[in-house]
Design a protein around this ligand. Structure first.
Ligand SMILES: [Fe+2]
Length: 212
């Protein structure tokens, strides 16, 4: 067994009108994400990962601290990008959310506007590379958080991510140059697939279905 790069759920031209051009998707999915998968597969035997789920690998690597980083960098990034592709769609974003998701954001995070601002600030304030997240915390409530580099809320033990945005420069530099806040505004208002996010609440987060 080995990990594999899932195809995008849309074409590489599908998001161009919504702020993510064909070249960004070709490089980000076909080169960056693919490189994480290839590197992770190269670690399977040496690190004793055979047969383990991607989520278990992220959890164990996170608990191992600095010793786990070589595995977490690749396993985390594989998981993170799989979620990222799933939570976008052409013509997404905006303020029309499925009712159950909107109600939970209202009760747990003080409303959609407050959530969007918190999520954007998490992405803006993640120094250097990393991710901003909407997660289901251990108490079952939604929470906004951020992680550096290839880490994620599974590896930190914070909870199960249902929405994530990549704030590595490779995610936005072709489309937004150095202006990360505009990339985050665009993500929230033109790209997020709220139906998938709502569905992931019901499922308790993304199950990658992949094992080493
Ligand atoms: Fe990325």
């Amino acid at each position: 067994m080995a990990f594999s790069l899932p195809p995008l759920p849309y074409s590489t031209t599908a998001l161009a009108a919504n702020g993510m051009c064909q070249e960004t998707l070709e490089l980000h999915h076909g080169k960056h994400h693919n490189a994480y998968v290839t590197a992770l597969n190269g670690l399977i035997e040496a690190k004793g990962l055979a047969g383990k789920s991607l989520e278990a690998i992220c959890t164990e690597a996170g608990k191992a601290g600095a010793d786990g980083l070589p595995v977490l960098n690749q396993a985390g990034q594989h998981y993170n990008h799989m979620l990222f592709w799933q939570v976008m769609q052409p013509g997404g974003g905006g303020d029309k959310l499925p009712g159950a998701l909107a109600a939970k954001i209202d009760s747990d995070l003080g409303g959609l506007a407050a959530f969007k601002e918190a999520f954007k600030q998490a992405g803006v304030t993640q120094f250097g590379s990393g991710w901003a997240w909407l997660i289901i915390g251990a108490d079952g409530k939604l929470k906004v958080t951020k992680t550096p580099n290839g880490a994620n809320p599974i590896s930190t033990g914070e909870g199960k991510p249902i929405l994530g945005v990549d704030v590595w420069e490779h995610a936005y530099y072709l489309d937004f140059r150095n202006v990360r806040p505009n990339y985050l505004d665009n993500f929230l208002n033109k790209l997020v697939n709220w139906e998938v996010v709502a569905d992931l609440i019901g499922k308790g987060g993304l199950a990658s279905g992949q094992s080493a």
